[in-house]
Each structure stands twice: as structure tokens, then as C-alpha cells.
Write a protein that binds this ligand. Structure first.
Ligand code: 6PG
Length: 244
């Protein structure tokens, strides 16, 4: 695991785009496709803007990219809270990505547990991983909340303890909502993980996650240190302020 300190959110996005392009080139060369899980929240918007820019758009072989998600809110795709909807508007439509390469979590489902199981099967199909093993994605993009959650793996929630399922419907009392999320076995199986952290409101959590006493039920992002693949934190100066 390594931490890259960048000046600001724009620099984090540009560095994220470079890492995305490098992961994509390696995966496509080695396996003929690049399976990436996008992150939700607001931070990825700047990364998406980079990826669709004249500078970066030509540097990814987009027809070989399979788009997945690390988590989704329990809302339909046209809801302003939808992680898919944000990616559709800022990345997928500008890049004119074909529908068959977009693997959306169905947050609108009445039965979210079934939607989670269906998505795990979809990840197995897309990655070619046997269903009994965690799907191996080439890159998982993540963010982190001020409470040190990542994906929708929130402090003291049931999903943190799941080791035998790859996608779950996770009840998040602090938000009074349920979210679909990949579980830590999937994050730990990924070939690469990039965590984008921007802003002063993340400084305390970042410091605790990276240097504080280990308490992963309270600070779930601490478990990124257990990943088997490459984990890169991209933190801007404001988020880095709590660190030496
Ligand atoms: C989500 C994300 C979540 C996000 C963090 C940071 O669905 O909201 O998956 O884990 O990455 O909450 O969100 P911001 O980028 O908005 O700060």
C-alpha cells in the first residue's frame, strides 16, 4: 500500500486518470479486457472529467473496458443520488459506452438481497471468476467518507463481517437507508485499488486510517491495508493535513 500526496483535487483526478489508463493498458494487453469498478460520491466527478478530456480520452482503449460499480444507493438510476446516474452523465454517455459493457447494480430493486446476489453473479460472469471465489477485478476505484467508510462499508454495519458473499445489501442506520455494496473479499482480491481522497473534511479520518490504532469496525477503510493487490491512496494536501 502506498500514499501519493498531490496538490489538490484536480491533481488527484489527473493522477487518477494516469493510473486508470495504466491499469487498463496492462489488463487489456494481458487479458483482452479491463474490468473496473467505479466509485460513487462526488470526488469521482473530477476524475471522470479528466478521462473524457482530449488529453486522456485517447489513452484508454474504451471498447475493451467493462464498467462495474463498488456500491449503489437504493434508488433508481435517474435519482440524483444514483452512483450509476452520476457515472452515466459524467463518463459513460460522453464516452458513448455500449450498453452491454455497463454492469449496473439495480438499486431500484424491491428485493435488494436478490439484487446483490444477481450482481455477484454478474461480476463472476464478467471477470470469469468461479462463483465460489471473490471476483477478481482489475481496478476498484474507491473514495472514503469522513467516518472512514469506503464503498458502502460503513462503521459498525453488518457488511463488514461478511466473508463468504461478494455483494450484499447493507443497512446503514446512520443514513437510514440500505445500500448495495461489494464486500472486503472483493476489494482484497482486486489486482489494483485506487482510493481518491480530497478535502479537509477527510483529514482526520485519513490520519486515523493510515496511522491510528487498528479498529476496522469503527474505521472500515483500515482494512484496505489487508488487500492482496496494489493499493494506492491519492490524497490532496487538504486531506493529507492530518499526516506528518
Ligand atoms: C458513495 C461512495 C462512498 C464515497 C464516499 C466519499 O456511494 O457515496 O461509494 O464510499 O466514495 O462517501 O464521498 P465523496 O466523494 O462525495 O466525498
Amino acid at each position: 500500500m502506498r500514499i501519493e500526496r498531490v496538490a489538490d483535487s484536480a491533481a488527484a483526478a489527473a493522477r487518477g486518470a494516469a493510473l486508470f489508463a495504466a491499469c487498463a493498458a496492462r489488463a487489456i494487453e494481458e487479458r483482452g479486457q479491463f474490468v473496473v469498478a467505479l466509485s460513487g460520491g462526488s470526488t469521482p466527478r473530477a476524475l471522470h472529467a479528466c478521462l473524457v478530456s482530449d488529453e486522456w480520452r485517447p489513452r484508454v482503449d474504451w471498447p475493451y473496458v467493462e464498467f462495474c460499480w463498488g456500491d449503489e444507493r437504493a434508488v433508481p438510476p435517474d435519482d440524483p443520488q444514483s452512483n450509476f446516474g452520476m457515472a452515466r452523465d459524467t463518463l459513460l454517455e460522453p464516452l458513448e459506452i455500449a450498453g452491454e459493457r455497463i454492469h449496473r447494480m439495480r438499486g431500484e430493486a424491491a428485493d435488494l438481497a436478490a439484487a446483490a446476489a444477481d450482481y455477484a453473479a454478474e461480476l463472476a460472469r464478467v471477470t470469469g471468476t468461479p462463483a465460489q471465489a471473490p471476483p477478481v477485478l482489475d481496478l476498484i476505484l474507491l473514495g472514503m467518507g469522513p467516518d472512514a467508510h469506503t464503498a458502502s462499508l460503513f462503521p459498525e454495519t453488518a457488511a463488514l463481517q461478511v466473508s463468504d458473499r461478494w455483494v450484499v445489501a447493507n443497512r446503514v442506520p446512520v443514513l437510514d437507508m440500505t445500500r448495495l455494496t461489494i464486500t472486503f473479499p472483493v476489494i482484497h482480491a482486486a489486482r489494483s485499488v485506487v482510493v481518491l481522497v480530497s478535502g479537509a473534511e477527510k483529514a482526520s479520518a485519513l490520519s486515523t486510517v493510515l496511522t491510528g490504532p487498528r479498529d476496522p469496525d469503527r474505521f472500515p477503510a483500515q482494512r484496505l491495508a489487508d488487500a492482496g493487490g496494489t493499493v494506492i491512496w491519492l490524497a490532496d494536501e487538504a486531506a493529507h493535513a492530518g499526516l506528518a
